[in-house]
Design a protein around this ligand. Sequence first.
Ligand code: PBG
Length: 331
Amino acid sequence: MSFDFQSMRSRPRRNRQSAVIRAMVEETSLSISDFMFPVFVMEGTNKKEPIASMPNIFRYSLDRLLEEIEECYKLGIRAFAPFPSLTDEYKDAMATSSHNPENIYLKAITAIKEKFPDVFIMTDIAMDPYSSDGHDGIYKDGKILNDETLEVLGKMAVAQARAGADYVGPSDMMDGRVAYLRHALDKEGFQDVGIIAYTAKYASAFYGPFRDALDSEPRFGDKKTYQMNPANVREALLEAKLDIEEGADMIMVKPALSYLDVISKLNQNSNIPIVAYNVSGEYAIVKAGAEKGWIDGEKIMLETLLSIKRAGAKIILSYFAKEVAQILSKK
Ligand code: PBG
């Protein structure tokens, strides 16, 4: 066979031939400032409880959480997304404790900001951690009430802003919540408190380990009347359009890995930062595979996180944030 090798002018392998060239032409990379670290806080003192389905992630009492944040701070992490893990005595149908200034979550936000003033905190807005029904909104006669829920969410947002939240993150998927929260915050003088909207939040099986951590599994039914159908991407564009019109400062896609196409589409169709939530189930899968020795956990972690950035996310909420920070700080 005669082949004209001279005619093969383009050889993409040239740009892969050394580590220096590969680093120079690298299109995407991970840095510590890309990450937000979700952390779980609970009542009590000197408590650090493991979560069976999330190796290396713990529920902390506030005193121990501050130690954990200090460790992360030393590694360069500056952004945190706390979630409350509450026992039944703090749960009721209207999620009343969510805006009680004495609740452990609000106390934790204030304590973190006092100890680490330059740390960024995104709080979570949804009723489920405080709801005896385990739903993100008010449950009545088999339905989740949209407009009545907004009132509760508004109170939560103002209470969190008062406690020191930098941005609030509505993860509830009620219609109109971004506009409602923007109005509620502005009315109380919190113009600088931003909104990271969980814009395309899917009704996903990947949240299982998180619900274990919070004991927030819906007591009946599922979340399909408010969270999005995993089959849809055009609907995510509608949600993004509404959230941006309503005043969102950043929009989020959740989960991340099975929804890279959604991240990519929103990135092409909007001009505010995209956040991706690399959720608990995505974390658990990698950890389980690595524990079995079937995959290289560290390499898979870095490759999947890179894929989330490559798809178009600027910021990643991930339970891997601390591990990544450990790796990057050694480089
Ligand atoms: C609920 C909420 C969920 C997560 C964050 N906020 C779970 C749910 O919708 O049931 C999941 C995060 C994760 O799985 O890591 N407001």
